[in-house]
Design a protein around this ligand. Sequence first.
Ligand code: 13P
Length: 322
Amino acid sequence: MPECYARSCKLSARPGQLTISCAVPVSAAWPLQMVETDGGIRAVDWVWCDAASGRAGAMVPLPADTQSVRGRGIEVIIAANWKMNPPLADAAALAVAYAADSFDGVTRILFPPAPYLVQMGVRLDGTDMLVGGQDCHHNASGAHTGDVAAGMLADCGARVVLLGHSERRADHGEDDALVATKAAAALSAGLDVMICVGETLDQREAGSAEAVVTVQLEGSVPAGIDASRLMLAYEPVWAIGTGKVAGVEEIAAMHAAIQQWLAKRDLASVPILYGGSVKPGNADAIFGVPDVGGALVGGASLKAEDFNGICSAGARAAAARS
Ligand code: 13P
């Protein structure tokens, strides 16, 4: 009998009701199945089976969880932004590797590609790692081919959405006003938001980094937002995927400026993550900077060992702060 590790469904596969064959490819999933659970026959959104481990699971719709991602007394937030990576088989293995560990004082968030949200959510179920969307549309529904509404992300288990990443600003021409509208849509759908800001190299060299980031904050953060629903990520564009990490003094100065901006708006409790070439080798130094509340990690999150190394540094920082 396959073992179920879905959140609220004790799966009992019986001949004639549900046949789960582990001879299928890893992560195979079929929408809308009926399974027998302790509570009787129920419709489930997804049934999946992992040939490697022999495990199977089902995901049942759950009541929306309205608790803020940050309402858990956490110290350090470490988020993995997979961007448009990796293929599903690698993603499943990575999520299983993430699920094997937990880090005191650290809340982990995974932003997988949208089509993988459910499958990654199931694999991380019962761990301290939440899943989130990498973007959402600013409307709740409608004729927007290729887009995903915030409510749809929530339906797939997302608790938070990343908005205003510099790659979306550059690739899709997203401006601050659009980011603010998306944030409002996400909040209405019950999601927390993580809004990204950061200057280009030209802007830094011109001495306008803080001014640029302040304008982004003014335009992207919705007025009157509840502090418990907001996280910020400072990601200097020139440090993303380049291996160039901002110096601790540059990070300290920018985070202090952002913290001042937040304090003036009654948002002082909002965590500010740093992103841009964070690796196990530089994470301790980055987490040692005042006003750094965590990290948003791209490339290094695609290797469990590297991501875990960063999370270990997060746990050390959390212990030092408590
Ligand atoms: P890298 O960690 O690959 O530099 O990416 C950072 C990032 O863009 C996370 O959102």
